[in-house]
Design a protein around this ligand. Structure first.
Ligand code: NDP
Length: 312
């Protein structure tokens, strides 16, 4: 069986091969642009951002594995072979890493870590008290899927009050859950720190813009770890400048990398991180893909399937 890989660049291929040799002996791992590779011989693909039309030229494909949890760049291919299962990469390590990132970001906002970093760069002993204790600030999580649920659990474990919002209603211990557009305003009004863990879909594109930000409590914090397409960056920066937002941790942008001339880089109330919210190790991702391939072999249903009807 042949797995074609387009994730991490060609330099990452030896590492992918090493892990797949351990978890799926017999699986041949080939680079996406290998000129000697016959597309008709490929059984599986592991990709992040395939060029449109390339997967359609692989008639033997049995599954497409996203190399991340969000598969929007794969699903955007108009020629994507829709009969082939598209699997989001969500090993347990992925949700844990995201939960840790969210906890770090929320606590950084509570402690005003950006102010401390600016002072340190100036060698200035800028003594100030933490603006908020974690237990005083309700965190509202938009998106209660694999990532959002684990983030809620970890925040609850350190005493943070958490509420959540999703498309369909959820029942999570200790988390008041809101659902659908009708309950968005009530959810936002309570979110002193808003965390975005939504997928990129037509419904969620541009959701973090002035009208939404205006419905948050004044001085709210923002943690954006979904997708760059969710946000209107000038609106976020304007809300920071007006005091409607007190700080933001932004992990995702459009485009990526964030251009050097973006005002977000130097904004005194913004922490920029380079889309590192949750990147499980190649070893864990290879283990997950190998497990899925074994499940397919046993005729079992695959986990974390992309649903074209929902768009995520
Ligand atoms: P899931 O598909 O498991 O969960 C998505 C959640 O969003 C669900 O709760 C879903 O509601 C909710 N949702 C979707 N559309 C809407 C809508 N229109 N209105 C309200 N709620 C909506 O995804 P994951 O949790 O695994 O991942 C979420 C996203 O996180 C990914 O798509 C990706 O964009 C991002 N991500 C970012 C990473 C980073 O490094 N920054 C790493 C990994 C992921 P319902 O439960 O009702 O279906």
């Amino acid at each position: 069986m042949i797995l074609v890989v387009k994730s991490g660049g060609e330099a990452a291929l030896p590492e992918w091969r090493e892990h797949f040799a351990a978890f799926a002996p017999g699986l041949e791992c080939r680079w996406w642009d290998d000129p000697a590779l016959d597309p008709a011989s490929v059984d599986f693909a592991l990709v992040w951002d395939p060029e449109p039309g390339r997967l359609a030229r692989m008639p033997r494909l049995r599954a497409i594995f996203g190399s991340g949890a969000g598969v929007d760049l794969i699903a955007a291919d108009p020629d994507l072979p829709r009969h082939v299962p598209l699997v989001r990469c969500v090993p347990p390590e992925a949700t844990q890493r995201m939960a840790e990132f969210v906890a770090w970001a929320v606590l950084s906002l509570n402690r005003d870590a950006r102010r401390m970093a600016i002072a340190q760069a100036r060698r200035a002993w800028d003594y100030f008290e933490a603006p908020f204790a974690a237990a005083e600030q309700t965190v509202g999580i938009m998106g209660l899927g694999a990532m959002g649920r684990r983030a809620a659990e970890v925040l609850r474990a350190i005493g943070v009050p958490v509420i959540g919002w999703s498309r369909t209603r959820k029942a999570l211990a200790g988390v008041e859950c809101f659902a659908g557009p009708d309950e968005l305003t009530a959810f936002l009004a309570r979110s002193q720190v808003l965390v975005c863990l939504l997928p990129a879909t037509p419904e969620t594109t541009g959701i973090i813009a002035a009208p939404l930000l205006a419905r948050l409590p004044r001085g709210a914090g923002l943690v954006q770890a979904g997708r760059g397409a969710h946000q209107v960056l000038p609106d976020i920066l304007a809300a920071l400048d007006s005091g409607q937002l007190s700080g933001a941790v932004l992990d995702v942008f459009e485009p990526e990398p964030l251009p050097p001339d973006s005002p977000a880089w130097a904004h005194p109330r913004v922490i920029v991180t380079p889309h590192v919210g949750s990147l499980p190790s190649r070893r864990e991702r290879a283990r997950y893909v190998a497990d899925c391939i074994a499940r397919l072999g046993r005729g079992e249903r695959l986990p974390n399937l992309y649903d074209p009807e929902r768009g995520y």
